[in-house]
Design a protein around this ligand. Structure first.
Ligand code: SAM
Length: 242
């Protein structure tokens, strides 16, 4: 997987990916990440990337030509060109998994009032929003997408470690504990130190169902549930919410 980001603020990405899993994935050659300054595809001495909005109104709009030139140069066959936009498809774990299968992502970051509509219509395969709020630019959304996608690439995390994550199975993940066994008057549940792997798996499933029911009950409507899960949910419905 190769990720190309097109932005007028390439420096924003330096610190974000200097440490942690994405940095390690790059070092190990599991993914490539290149951040490009859009201005190199802008014309004139001032390399202008924005202009006034037709029809008037406050704020500037990003010009289409530099984005078209950038994508023309960067995109490889099978690559997906994605515009970061508050109006796009909501970014979810399933979409991160879908993107992780692409050979290349080209992420376009807007600024100001947004990007000329012809970029969306003529250049992009997709438009992604990281949530129902408006940020000042597409750089933070692009970083969110990169982080969520790269951790799903083969070899980046330990085998199987993303499988029980929240949303991967349609549920939230249950609680996690580490040492010490007692802390601040709170003990680790006995089952987790029982050595009984079957009992641990059943406890984890029950707690994932409990947490999802309490925090995000709407997820249960589309989660793949077994008859046993439904029985547990019926029991949990009778219990007080913790
Ligand atoms: N005027 C636009 C609107 O109302 O839809 C918002 C423009 S926003 C200030 C500037 C840029 O930030 C957008 O072009 C987009 O690239 C990025 N952006 C802002 N919020 C975002 C979000 N929730 N998800 C993804 N990108 C976002």
């Amino acid at each position: 997987m190769k990720i190309d980001v097109v932005t007028i603020f390439p420096g924003m990405f330096t610190g974000a990916f200097a440490e942690g899993m994405v940095a390690r994935a790059r070092e190990a050659g599991l993914c490539g990440l290149a951040v490009h300054d859009l201005r190199q595809w802008a014309e004139g001495r001032h390399q202008v990337t924005d202009d006034y909005a037709f029809g008037g109104g406050p704020g500037m709009v990003m010009k289409p030509e530099p984005f078209f030139r950038a994508v023309g140069e960067l995109k490889v066959p099978g690559g997906r060109v994605i515009l970061m936009s508050p109006q796009g498809r909501p970014f979810r774990q399933a979409l991160a998994a879908e993107l992780a299968a692409a050979p290349q992502l080209v992420l376009l970051c807007g600024r100001y009032e947004g990007v000329d509509e012809r970029v969306r219509l003529g250049l992009c395969d997709d438009e992604i929003s990281i949530g129902d709020y408006v940020l000042t630019g597409g750089e933070l959304p692009a970083m969110v997408v990169i982080d969520a996608v790269v951790r799903l690439l083969p070899g980046v995390l330990a085998e199987g470690s993303a499988e029980g994550d929240s949303f991967a199975t349609g549920l939230l993940e249950g609680p996690q504990y580490t040492r010490p066994r007692e802390f601040a008057g709170m003990a680790v549940p006995e089952v987790l130190i029982s050595g009984d792997h079957g009992a641990v798996a059943r406890w984890r499933r029950r707690e994932a169902l409990r947490r999802t029911l309490a925090m995000r009950p709407e997820l249960l409507a589309s989660a793949p549930l077994t008859a046993e899960d439904r029985k547990i949910l019926a029991e949990l419905g009778q219990e007080p919410v913790i």
